[in-house]
Design a protein around this ligand. Structure first.
Ligand SMILES: *Cc1c(COP(=O)(O)O)cnc(C)c1O
Length: 363
């Protein structure tokens, strides 16, 4: 059994991909080719935002978003300690300080009710993450941010395609950042990402920053970097976008069946009423995790731990931010979470095998 299945997906779109790769080899615009422009237009339309700026990776998208907002050394950015390393890493790359707010143990996302207490006069942004496929409480976070005149950057690397009060992730805040890493719900065949915004000035700043700060060719009006996504990867995203909504429905159907079959045995994902999830991961909680994972492995079922160590407990972070604060919910989640096989092409038989093994192994 596969943890994710990109091969079955590829069979659905292979002809289209072969055709577009041929077209790119013929036109030769490998960087910022017409497929990049088309993809940006389609992605912006999909989420409902005015601008999409494609970026070399989700990590660079976070960095470029913060650079566009003018985050500087010594500034504070409020975020979650329970996320992929890149979120806090990019804050530290700018020599800004990540200020952590513990998670809501039900959603694994930043607890919006604790954010206001963490705001200081140095706070320059709030960076919630839509972990495992559902957004944080962006409505509540936006309300706090607007009271304090602070921008919100959504790390939507795992939540592209999800909705919050009927609006799409990536279009819920000042800037939305996502990743097209192959294993994400919408992935390319290499590295890729994007920033979304409705603010034309920020959009222009991000376009310039991703291309060495050029406002026009060889006129560098600010410092930037090479943060461009290449044309071949844009063609992959274009092909995958055609089937993306169908795939999201299939993921949601797999999740619904898992949750029904495992109900009462383990803590299954909790999705807020106001949200839909794209299930970047289907993550359960168990108290006997290593034993549990070993039993699933014996039955041929792969599992993964996202993430075994909270950000603030990473060796380099203990060095850089030595003041020892504990985030109880994040730490407990890091000790208990297990992600199960999740992709749109899981068969009913596979779903039942996974759920059966989970129910047997949990006791
Ligand atoms: C994957 C991921 C990133 C980084 O994206 P890359 O494209 O791999 O650089 C950032 N934040 C979160 C929450 C992620 O899951």
């Amino acid at each position: 059994m596969n943890f994710i299945d990109l091969k079955t997906q590829q069979l659905r779109i292979r002809d289209k991909i072969d055709h577009s790769i041929q077209a790119i080899l013929n036109h030769g615009a490998y960087i910022m080719g017409p497929e990049v422009t088309e993809m940006e237009a389609r992605l912006a339309e999909f989420v409902g935002a005015k601008a999409c700026i494609s970026i070399s990776s989700g990590t660079d998208a976070l960095l470029i978003a913060m650079m566009a907002l003018g985050i500087e050394p010594g500034d504070e950015v409020i975020t979650t300690p329970f996320t992929f390393f890149a979120t806090g890493e990019m804050i530290l790359q700018l020599q800004a300080k990540p200020v952590f707010v513990d998670i809501d143990p039900r959603t694994f996302n930043i607890d919006a009710t604790q954010i206001e207490a963490a705001i200081t006069d140095k706070t320059k942004a709030i960076m919630p993450v839509g972990l495992f496929g559902q957004t944080a409480d962006m409505k509540a976070i936006n309300a706090i941010a607007s009271r304090h005149h602070i921008p919100v950057i959504e790390d939507a690397a795992q939540s592209f395609g999800a909705t919050h009060h009927g609006e799409f992730s990536c279009n819920l805040s000042t800037i939305g950042c996502t990743s097209f890493y192959p294993a994400k719900p919408l992935g390319c065949y290499g590295d890729g990402g994007a920033c979304f915004t409705n603010d034309e000035e920020l959009a222009q700043a991000m376009r310039e920053i991703r291309n060495h700060g050029q406002s026009e060719r060889y006129t560098h009006t600010r410092l930037g970097l090479n943060g461009r996504m290449d044309t071949m990867q844009a063609a992959i995203i274009l092909a995958k976008l055609d089937i993306f909504s169908d795939e999201v429905e299939k993921r949601q159907s797999v999740a619904a069946q898992y949750s029904e079959l495992m109900h009462g045995s383990v803590t299954t994902p909790y999705i807020e009423q106001s949200n839909t999830s794209v299930y970047a991961q289907y993550t359960i909680r168990v108290s006997n995790r290593s034993e549990f994972c070993a039993k699933l492995k014996e039955r041929g079922i792969p599992t993964a731990i996202h993430y075994p160590v909270p950000f603030n407990k990473q060796p380099i972070i203990q060095e850089l931010l030595p003041e020892q604060v504990s985030y109880a919910n994040a730490e407990l989640a890091a000790a208990e979470v297990v992600s199960l096989p999740m992709h749109p092409y899981l068969s009913m038989d596979e779903i039942q095998r996974v759920a059966g093994a989970v129910v047997e192994s949990v006791g």
